[in-house]
Design a protein around this ligand. Structure first.
Ligand code: AVJ
Length: 330
């Protein structure tokens, strides 16, 4: 049984708030080292391109996490379920392709739970509702459209039972170090003893494997990165020439972070109407657009401890490229 999605987003059409977008773009492009936040990648076209990325042969994280979940589903859900009813909260659920591996198993074993997918995209939550109604009609679904924290606050106030929070896909990797600590501490503040967090993390590995995952031969990731400029053109009335910027990713093996940039291939000016402002780019000046952190298991354990969680179990793929870590509230 699926309930209608609850919409906590600022705008009811599920798009991000334009004023906040404009403010962030102004702040980011006014810096000496220009930057734009990766959180703005996911407009309609960006979400479509990310779906394509997940199917690329070079993009190993999705494949690896799929393997982790498929290979360990029984163990994972028995650790989730216990004997009592629980809320399964899926932060950034999207099409829930990976979560469905667990949902099918929970359904098969008739576990007592409801499924609460959370996503900023209203489109995605409506589609997921329909899909689950078809495929897994016995599962109780309450989708929430909105930002993670707003949704968690709503859940804290409206869903009283035990909670298992999913944060899959190494989405944590997009945050700066201090942001990921703030994020996990905030999640912790909405949880009680006995609640759990199940988080996907991309592990450290050879740069020869990591780099192509963010620089695929068919250019999908380049299009994904450049789409951010296209979005500024569309939503803020800018005139970025997409042919005069190039996708440029690098991996920093000491920090374990993949960094993506858009590099201006010539000296140029770009006007943004909504900001009533022109920005100058030197030849080969870069805009930083994304961090994707890669972790050691020790780092993940320490990150958890800092934020009030202890590791209950670690699940990995055969090649130890990716891990899903089950934390309990300390
Ligand atoms: C969705 C944040 C996990 O960082 O690997 C994929 C996004 N960016 N290719 C990642 C992404 C470029 C992805 N996450």
């Amino acid at each position: 049984m699926t309930l209608l999605p609850i919409d906590l987003s600022i705008k009811q059409d599920g798009t991000a708030d334009t004023a906040a977008f404009a403010k962030d773009v102004l702040e980011g492009l006014s810096r000496t080292n220009k930057k734009l936040s990766s959180r703005y990648f996911y407009d309609k076209e960006g979400s479509r391109l990310f779906q394509k990325i997940m199917h690329l042969s070079e993009y190993y994280p999705t494949r690896c996490e799929h393997e982790v979940l498929t290979g360990n589903k029984q163990d994972i859900i028995s650790k989730f379920a216990g004997d009592s009813f629980f809320h399964l909260i899926d932060l950034g659920a999207g099409d829930a392709l990976k979560t469905k591996i667990l949902l099918r198993e929970l359904d098969k074993q008739k576990k007592q739970f409801d499924y609460v997918p959370v996503d900023i995209s209203g489109d995605a939550m409506h589609q997921l509702n329909e899909n689950l109604q078809q495929e897994l009609p016995n599962i109780e679904v309450q989708a929430v459209v909105g930002e993670y924290f707003k949704a968690l606050e709503w859940l804290h106030e409206n869903k009283a039972e035990r909670k298992v929070v999913l944060f899959l896909g190494s989405n944590i990797g997009n945050f700066e170090d201090d942001e990921s600590i703030d994020f996990l501490k905030k999640i912790r503040s909405y949880l009680n003893t006995g609640d759990k967090l199940f988080m996907g993390v991309d592990l450290r590995k050879s740069p020869d494997v990591i780099l192509p995952a963010y620089n695929d031969a068919s250019g999908v990731t380049a299009a994904f990165n450049l789409n951010l400029l296209q979005r500024i053109n569309q939503e803020l009335g800018a005139n970025f020439d997409l042919t005069a910027f190039q996708h440029s990713p690098i991996y920093h093996p000491q920090k374990g972070v993949m960094k993506s940039y858009l590099v201006s291939t010539k000296a140029q000016e770009v006007h943004i109407k909504a900001l009533n402002k022109t920005f100058s780019f030197d030849a080969w000046e870069a805009i930083h657009t994304e961090n994707s952190h890669k972790y050691s298991l020790k780092q993940v354990e320490e990150l958890g401890l800092t934020c009030g969680f202890t590791v209950e179990a670690v699940f990995q793929d055969e090649a130890s490229q990716f891990a899903d870590v089950l934390f309990t509230v300390k």
